[in-house]
Write a protein that binds this ligand. Structure first.
Ligand code: FE2
Ligand code: FE2
Length: 142
């Protein structure tokens, strides 16, 4: 009953297939870290978060920036700065996670999840809306 806290399809899917599939992969990876932690595989979880997920975040941001550039999105610089700030925060967290602080790790994971979901629903949505309003619907390569 009532409004859902998070409506996956309307909040998360931007309507650009290549972008949506990268976002789904990001959320899947965050879930994978959570699963590893729940199974007590702390070293694997830590490595996955600090290496695999961190490098996929960088790859996704780079792809997204290329896409925004290719469509002439007018607020690319602003978006790029937001990505840079997140990468910076992520980078700062890494030593804490390496230091086996499980509470800090769980908090970092939750914060990263919240940040990514909010970023997609608010910030990424802006370039998607721009693109979709300019374009009749050809799906781009990202
Ligand atoms: Fe994104
Ligand atoms: Fe973004």
């Amino acid at each position: 009953m009532g409004k859902k806290l998070f409506d996956f399809d309307t909040e998360f899917k931007l309507g650009i297939d290549s972008v949506d599939s990268e976002h789904i992969k990001l959320v899947d990876m965050l879930n994978d870290v959570h699963t590893l932690l729940s199974e007590g595989k702390r070293d694997e979880a830590r490595h996955y978060f600090n290496q695999t997920l961190a490098s996929y975040v960088n790859e996704h941001f780079a792809n997204e920036e290329k896409f925004m550039e290719s469509i002439g999105f007018p607020f690319l610089d602003e978006h790029r700065k937001i990505h840079e700030n997140f990468k910076h925060s992520f980078h700062e967290l890494q030593p804490l996670i390496e230091s086996y602080d499980e509470a800090a790790f769980r908090k970092a994971l939750n914060d990263a999840f919240t940040w990514i979901i909010t970023h997609i629903g608010k910030t990424d949505k802006k370039y998607a809306t721009f693109y979709l309003s300019q374009n009749s619907g050809k799906s781009p390569r990202v």
